[in-house]
Design a protein around this ligand. Structure first.
Ligand SMILES: NC(=O)c1ccc[n+]([C@@H]2O[C@H](COP(=O)([O-])OP(=O)(O)OC[C@H]3O[C@@H](n4cnc5c(N)ncnc54)[C@H](O)[C@@H]3O)[C@@H](O)[C@H]2O)c1
Length: 279
């Protein structure tokens, strides 16, 4: 590890966090839980309602200057911001999912913020058959431009971890809807409470260096073998089966194509050309 690893002075017991993408679905789910243990700075590119105990900042993380301001006076970062979905082409992901990740990591390096939890996705490995069971050691298999950008984000965190000794946790989130909507997502669902537990581990555990874990609760017929998370002490308390939505659809009500791959319909939709147009 390069000697600059020791420059991260504020790593052991973070008190103050920057949460990016704070206005989004996962941000809104996690903020009340994380506010119980941390002082929050909350950031998004769109304006939103902040809560007592939070400091709000609005701006584009693809700007290095904004990132440098955003990580001022925080001990650690939970990076949730990005564009999310199956239909984005490569060009549409560049600023939010590539440039922003690098700007944020670089700002952390410059301000010696030594811990970052990165919201990756199961779509980084979405092209595996859903009949298998996969731990964190599987090779990346992104299922589209969104998944590809998450693979980049994981690699970028790894580069900063290995070059500079920044501690990063790569959370491959399954599905974080408030309730479980169908039998595919039931195999990869996470509650906010369980995701917050994993984030806490990512922010505090002394053995975290650059660790991939799956953000999933207790799921029936789970796709992911979450052995690294368990080694780090993760004990999910919520059960996907107990959180089905009223209009929950069973697996056999979904088309076979949409459930055949880990990435579901993200893995079978028509992929646009990188620039969004097909020649
Ligand atoms: N929701 C899920 O089930 C799920 C599953 C897997 C992974 N994830 C990951 O978790 C994270 C949060 O997901 P979500 O469902 O809350 O998504 P979301 O789209 O609801 O929220 C993302 C937020 O990021 C903000 N953002 C986008 N570009 C930005 C930029 N350049 N600068 C600052 N803010 C920017 C958006 O305004 C938005 O509020 C994402 O990174 C996503 O890839 C979510």
């Amino acid at each position: 590890m390069p000697s600059s690893a020791s420059s991260f002075t504020r790593t052991m017991t973070p008190r103050s966090l920057l949460i990016t993408g704070a206005a989004g679905n996962v941000g809104r789910l996690l903020r009340p839980l994380l506010r119980q243990h941390y002082v929050l700075k909350v950031a998004d590119i769109v304006d939103f309602q902040d809560e007592e105990g939070e400091t709000k900042i609005v701006g584009d993380l693809a700007s290095g200057a904004f990132c440098f301001d955003a990580v001022k006076d925080v001990d650690a970062v939970v990076h949730l911001a990005g564009v999310v979905g199956p239909d984005f082409d490569f060009e549409e992901t560049i600023d939010a999912n590539y440039r922003a990740v690098l700007c944020l990591l670089e700002a952390c390096r410059a301000r010696t913020v030594g811990r970052l939890v990165f919201a990756s996705s199961h779509h980084a490995v979405g092209l595996y058959p859903s009949s298998g069971r996969y731990d964190e050691s599987i090779a990346l298999a992104p299922d589209g431009y969104y998944g590809l950008s998450k693979a980049f984000g994981e690699a970028a965190c790894g580069m900063y971890a290995r070059r500079y000794g920044m501690r990063t946790m790569l959370l491959r989130i399954g599905n974080a809807d408030p309730q479980v909507v169908d039998g595919r997502r039931e195999r990869i669902w996470t509650s906010g409470r369980d995701m917050a537990q994993l984030i806490d581990i990512g922010l505090r555990h002394p053995d975290v260096e650059c660790d991939i874990v799956y953000a999933v609760s207790n799921c029936p017929n789970p796709i992911f073998d979450n052995r690294r998370a368990e080694e780090l002490g993760y004990r999910p308390v919520d059960f996907a089966r107990e959180n089905r939505a009223a209009d929950f659809k069973q697996l056999n009500e979904l088309t076979a194509e949409a459930v055949g791959m880990v990435g579901g319909f993200f893995a079978i939709n028509d992929l646009p050309a990188p620039s969004g147009r097909r020649a």
